[in-house]
Design a protein around this ligand. Structure first.
Ligand code: FAD
Length: 314
């Protein structure tokens, strides 16, 4: 059995999610783990992938057709390789979630999404009903196509490996989609899925200005990433890629500070693996308090400036 991990990368380097996926792949396969790095000008990413502990082969597909992560082209690249593998493993983040179902459909196998535990090579745990129930699923498919929750698998060491590198032809453009443009929200703050501390805000912040006025000074002092509830994103308080929860990012920081967030099940499913959850909410019956390790029933517009003042200069 050999597992293939589809690398998440930014062409110049490998994203941490790939390291989590490698750990899941090692748990799936008694044999080898290979990594596919598909993109354009991916030399550095290929080099980084070859150093991941536990990876024995890196397959490089370097082509302009793969430059923009078009799911149709990436799926077409993976398809001819698939019969050589027992498992095809994607990180359950935006790109992987986009491509995995296409690969599974083209192979006529089930896509097993959001795997949180590998029990055996064909038996997996995955959350259902917004994380209220954990299903144990068994797959009889010859090739298992999985997306794995990055917060559920430790990152493999990015160093210590010495994989061989195989170069393959880039796939021909499927012509099914075109890349038009990308809006990138640049931030110096830690990326949410890798942040040790996250300060998140909800509808209780009231406006985009207040969101930043309140939360940015706190995040600065704690070197934290900024997150938001879906309601805060929908209201335009925060950009889309800050959304935490079932349909946003699944996070597992050491400290998650939820400000003006009620704690709907859809939000909680994205934060339940956080080590310590702190909630600030003026409603003492808010559901967030049922999961919070520390809860402060207070007006956040008073409590946060007080907290920032106590933390001192950034
Ligand atoms: P609200 O529920 O309106 O809560 C605002 C809170 O702010 C209240 O508890 C209030 O007491 C508090 N507050 C107000 N003023 C103050 C103040 N001055 N000081 C302190 N506290 C104050 N939601 C997500 O977050 N992420 C998801 O990924 C997600 N996915 C979803 C998927 C589906 C299929 C569906 C149906 C819903 C999803 N939702 C998701 C939406 C979710 O159900 C909730 O509607 C949303 O999380 C509510 O956001 P909120 O807590 O910011 O807003």
């Amino acid at each position: 059995m050999t597992a293939l991990v589809i690398a998440e990368h930014d062409h110049a380097g490998i994203k941490t999610a790939t390291l989590n996926a490698v750990t899941a792949a090692l748990a799936c396969s008694a044999g080898e783990v290979h990594v596919l790095v598909a993109g354009s000008n991916v030399g550095d990413a290929v080099g980084a992938a070859a150093c991941i502990a536990g990876v024995t082969r890196v397959i490089a597909a370097d082509s302009p057709v793969l430059a923009d992560n078009l799911a149709e082209n990436l799926a077409a690249q993976i398809l001819p390789m698939a019969p050589s593998y027992s498992h095809i493993v994607f990180a359950a983040i935006a790109n992987g979630k986009n491509v995995a179902p296409r690969v599974a459909a083209l192979l006529d196998v089930a896509a097993i999404s959001e795997v949180t535990k590998v029990i055996a090579s064909d038996v997996f745990e995955r959350p259902i009903y917004a994380g209220n129930v954990i299903a144990t699923v068994q797959s009889d498919d010859a090739i298992k196509v999985l997306t794995v929750r990055t917060t559920s698998f430790d990152a493999a060491s990015p160093t210590g490996g010495s994989a061989t590198v195989q170069t393959i032809e880039g796939v021909a453009d499927t012509g099914k989609s075109n890349f038009l443009g990308r809006e990138i929200h640049r931030s110096d703050r830690p990326e949410l899925t890798a942040a040790r501390v996250i300060v998140a805000g909800g509808r209780g912040l009231g406006s985009a200005e207040k969101f930043m006025d309140m939360l940015a000074p706190l995040a600065d002092r704690l070197n934290a990433g900024l997150g938001a509830s879906l309601a805060a994103v929908d209201e335009g308080f925060a950009p889309n890629d800050w959304q935490v929860g079932q349909t946003g990012k699944i996070v597992a920081p050491e400290l998650y500070i939820a400000c003006g967030i009620s704690g709907s099940i859809h939000h909680l499913t994205g934060i339940k693996d956080s080590k310590v959850i702190v909630a600030i909410n003026s409603d003492e019956d808010a559901p967030i308090f049922s999961v919070a390790d520390y809860g402060l029933v207070a007006d956040l517009f008073l409590a946060i400036p007080e907290l920032v003042a106590k933390l001192g200069d950034a």
